[in-house]
Design a protein around this ligand. Sequence first.
Ligand code: PLP
Length: 486
Amino acid sequence: MDNPLLIFDRSVDGRVGYLVPDGDVPAVGPSTVLAPHILRSLPAELPQVSEPEVLRHYIGLSLKNHHVDRDLYPLGSCTMKYNPKVNDALAARPGFSGLHPGQSADDTQGALELMYRLEKALKAITGMDRFTLQPAAGSQGELVGVLIMRKYHDSQGSRRRYIIIPDSAHGTNPASVVMGGFETLKVTTDRRGRVDLKDLEDKVSPEVAGMMLTQPNTLGLFEDQIVAITNLIHSVDGLMYMDGANLNALIGLTRPADMGFDITHINLHKTFSTPHGGGGPGSGPIGVTERLAGYLPGPLVAHNDDGSYGMVSPGTDSIGRVHGQNGNFGMLVRAYAYILSLGADGLANMSRRAVLNANYLKALLAGDDGAFELPYPEGIMHEFVLSGSRQKARGVKTLDMAKALLDRGFHAPTIYFPLVVPEALMIEPTESETKATLERFADALKEIDRLVDDDPQSLLDAPQNTPVGRLDETKANRELDVRWRA
Ligand SMILES: *Cc1c(COP(=O)(O)O)cnc(C)c1O
């Protein structure tokens, strides 16, 4: 076998992958320490392999997948940027990774100080007054935000039924609204790709608890009427929630609080560089303005008068706890390390470059001689959404083009989302890609566009150069079966 799938297939009796000096303490038989009934009778079934073989095995597995350390991963809205390895090294330091959640505040001053400082940085970045670091994902943050809206209106003795959401919203938005006990009220997108203000005016009423809005929106466009929107919602004492998953476009340029938002989540794993995807751990802190601080989940980090740090329980208005301890702490370490290493100017530069990269790629693909249709071209921030309608009319769907990109060594963009663009290809290159990489990617998509006429079958059969060929997507999702069988 050239490249065996299982590490057990590489196993050879007696081969070892470690080198340790002989012990100089006398061996103690296990039976003198452990009771016989808990002793294993068979030897552990472990592969017997050398160190290079272990390495080759795992490198080989990692090459079967696409990841951002291999090449561009332009998955729109997901911000698959480069994750500096130093962040991982810092999070793995024993003082952080070896903490037990039950340790006392005295024992964990460093961790508490890190959370305190991270919260301070997030407040400066967003203009919000208080954060909880507990939520384990953007979507959990959204739920926290919706529950805060609920508590706020309850405390005003006001019964509200709806939360307004644009029709371009991320799927988690309506899900969070419904889980939080509200109904969604959809507002349409205007010809410029922004919230249709007329439609919004028609929908705002005292039955509206608030609005959840992504800024920049999922078309990659800045909602430039944001002040009119927040004023309108506030005029019925509604609360404005910013889905801040796209914050990568905004740092140093504007802040949620300055635009009139009352609540925002931040996806630390997107904007502040934690490896993510595939359901890995995330972190979606929620920030609120002063008047909503009492509703946050607790406990919150406190900086005591004597200079020490502690945890304080929230007051009786709190929506309660949403995660054990302090959320996914390793993510907090990575985010703080990232923020410190870039600094305020570096972060502002990051956002500017993310916007510049998206606009350059947009110009390559949808410029005057562009092969692709771009339905909402004005005011592109960190991402843009092409339509594959022209290609579909010639017999090749967006899905086929996405598969053909895999053959060319790129991850596909997000496809068929947002729903307001037919045959959507949502492309977010991020700031960490070079001009040359963007050009390589644009060339690949343009070549695919030419093949729509010259050799459509090669696209319909793609991918052919990946470890597995075209899957039945529905079956793969509904009947997930990742167990290996001989
Ligand atoms: C990623 C994303 C979310 C959800 O974040 P998770 O951490 O994946 O739960 C919500 N809204 C937008 C716009 C996103 O891109």
